[in-house]
Design a protein around this ligand. Structure first.
Ligand SMILES: Cc1cc2nc3c(=O)[nH]c(=O)nc-3n(C[C@H](O)[C@H](O)[C@H](O)COP(=O)(O)O)c2cc1C
Length: 579
């Protein structure tokens, strides 16, 4: 080498740092991307959104692979790479996850009190529509017993997993792929659904697909739920400063019993007839409404309802839907505990009046030219000729001292409800379901407490108008029923046998039959006797009369306040019917 020629460093192999100290000193920011590339990154960060509405078109495999690569390039403590990805395309698994999310959504409604209705109107997931879900898990054992940097902060593996998720999220945004993070579930339930071992934590359920919305700001901000705060409210200098904003209320998480439950064959046969809904049909309906000259979503809950109709049946509602109304009447052994203002025999009288068309449902059936069947599924006492006789037993046993039903009675009631609805489904587009029976709000409250983990106090209301003492009696009755039956919510069918009424079991069968026949279902939820006597169930007929005014808000407000459990269960009757 000639002495007057300075050394030229040979190029390094790829993957080695090729920069020189001189360069770094003279241009400390020289590691940045060029201007256009930077703009892309900033844009991905600013315009990443949580997506809840999806097209059903599948994602190209190669693109999915790239997104997973993006996640896999995340930083991780000690380079332990604790993330694991479970790709979920099975409709069954997605449906099961959606059921977990739906339950948790109801349970959490109780925490928002004054905002429960607004909360329940928010769309919080798109599990069924999205063609792909990814459960991102953290394997807490990966990296061996001693992971560099994790010694004092064991949760750094969870932090690392979140970073993988964010990588995927940003890359997906750049590729025009929507990602929605769903956290409405009890982790133990999800672990059980996906067969996760003890040392694996489900960190996120992500819905992925092409978005069927292109939001420019967070959905919760657009819905007026929460707003983005100013950055300078979050920056302190040197020491922790006073926070100007209050933290959000914490949600209570209970640990469920999620043992695997073997269901009887007859039940599995009925359940297997129900096919998952048709998200394509829902998207087609949404596409059609997007063609209209109107602001997006301007028809509010009506648009959601029509999408749900399409999801359930495969198409939009017919112009003149023909409704069939099926009301099951049954008596409850628990009614002798003084949980209702009325004696048990009134149930049979109301059922007879309903069959004669003298109750509100009779009037509505006539006005809508709907077929009305009032079935005796388990009344006590003499049989009434006006009722369709499907009596399985003379009422249920008292749930404060043991199970309401024997296994045979449970099966009998479910199969009878199934058979009746199956017949009706052949003639109707819409199956409207209801029940009659003294004491059934107590039974429904006990069942709700068993299935959600809510307390007896939270689920009991005044029903037909109990006074304070009566309400206290009802709460103690529900507590006693829960103690006597020790229901395990991972086995809903057994919960129904131990706590439920015959009419609730028949409703379950009817719902299965209607779903199997791909008919829309409209379920009357709430205090049956009071409503049967006095309240016109406008929401029962809304599929037909969707343009009619909703029931007066004041009345609904009052009922919500009187029956706390209705808050999670009857959010906005005219908007959120379980079609
Ligand atoms: C850990 C985590 C869990 C979330 N869980 C849900 C959820 O269950 N349902 C939902 O609709 N959004 C969920 N989100 C999305 C947030 O609501 C959303 O990120 C936030 O409102 C900001 O909106 P943006 O992501 O569109 O900017 C979750 C987000 C994170 C980070």
């Amino acid at each position: 080498m000639s002495p007057d020629k300075s050394f030229e460093r040979p190029p390094l192999p790829p993957d080695f740092d090729d920069s020189r100290a001189r360069e770094r000193r003279s241009d400390p920011a020289g590691w940045r991307f060029d201007e256009n590339e930077r703009a892309g990154v900033w844009r991905a960060i600013a315009e990443r959104r949580d997506i809840r509405r999806f097209r059903t078109d599948p994602l190209p495999e190669q693109l999915l692979q790239r997104l997973l690569e993006a996640a896999h390039q995340a930083p991780s403590v000690g380079l332990m790479q604790p993330w694991r990805f479970i790709l979920i395309r099975s409709e069954q698994t997605k449906a099961a996850m959606q059921a977990l999310a739906a339950r948790e959504r109801l349970v959490q409604a109780d925490h928002f009190d004054g905002r429960a209705r607004q909360y329940l109107d928010l769309k919080i997931e798109g599990i069924r529509e999205a063609p792909l879900s990814i459960c991102v898990c953290c394997d807490r054992d990966s990296g061996g017993p001693e992971v560099l940097g994790r010694h004092t902060i064991p949760d750094t593996d969870l932090y690392s997993t979140c970073l993988a998720i964010e990588n995927l999220w940003l890359a997906a945004r750049a590729e025009g792929v929507g990602v929605g993070w769903v956290s409405f579930y009890q982790p133990a339930d999800l672990s059980s659904l996906l067969g996760l071992p003890e040392h694996v934590v489900p960190v996120a359920w992500l819905c992925l697909g092409y978005p069927d919305e292109r939001p420019s700001r967070p959905g919760l901000e657009a819905a007026g739920w929460e707003r983005r705060r100013r950055l300078d409210e979050f920056i302190f200098s040197e020491r922790w400063g006073d926070l100007l904003s209050k933290p959000n209320p914490q949600t209570v998480v209970r640990s469920p019993n999620s043992e695997h439950v073997e269901q009887p064959d007859w039940w599995r046969r009925l359940a297997a007839e129900v096919s998952p809904g048709d998200p394509d049909a829902a998207v087609r309906v949404r596409d059609a409404s997007d063609e209209l000259v109107k602001p997006i979503g301007s028809l509010g809950g009506l648009e959601t309802m029509i999408e749900r109709w399409a999801m359930a049946t495969g198409g939009p509602p017919p112009r003149e839907p023909h409704a069939g109304i099926l009301v099951f009447a049954g008596d409850h052994g628990v009614s002798k505990r003084g949980v209702s203002l009325y004696p048990a025999r009134v149930g049979a009288q109301v059922a007879a009046a309903a069959a004669r068309g003298e109750t509100a449902i009779g009037v509505l059936a006539e006005a809508l030219d709907a077929e009305l069947i009032v079935a005796d599924i388990g009344l006590a006492g003499a049989r009434i000729s006006a009722l369709t006789d499907r009596r399985v037993a003379d009422g249920t046993a008292d749930i404060t001292s043991g199970p309401a039903l024997s296994p045979e009675q449970l099966r009998g009631a479910i199969e009878s409800g199934h058979a009746l609805a199956d017949g009706l489904a052949k003639r109707c587009d819409l199956i409207v379901l209801g029940e009659i029976g003294i004491g059934n709000t107590t039974v429904a409250a006990a069942l709700l407490a068993a299935l959600t983990g809510l307390t007896a106090d939270a689920v009991c209301g005044r029903g037909t108008g109990l006074d304070a003492q009566g309400l206290e009696r009802k709460r103690s009755t529900v507590k006693a029923a829960l103690e006597a039956n020790t229901p395990d919510r991972s086995d809903p069918l057994e919960c129904l046998r131990r706590l439920g009424g015959l009419e609730l079991a028949a409703l379950v069968g009817a719902l299965l039959a209607a779903a199997a026949a791909r008919r829309s279902r409209l379920l009357d939820r709430g205090a049956p006797l009071r409503r049967t006597r006095a309240q016109p169930c406008a929401h029962r007929t809304r599929a037909r009369a969707a343009t009619r005014p909703a029931p007066a808000p004041r009345r609904r407000q009052r009922r919500r306040a009187r029956v706390p459990a209705h808050r999670p269960c009857s959010p906005t009757p005219h908007r959120d019917a379980p079609l």
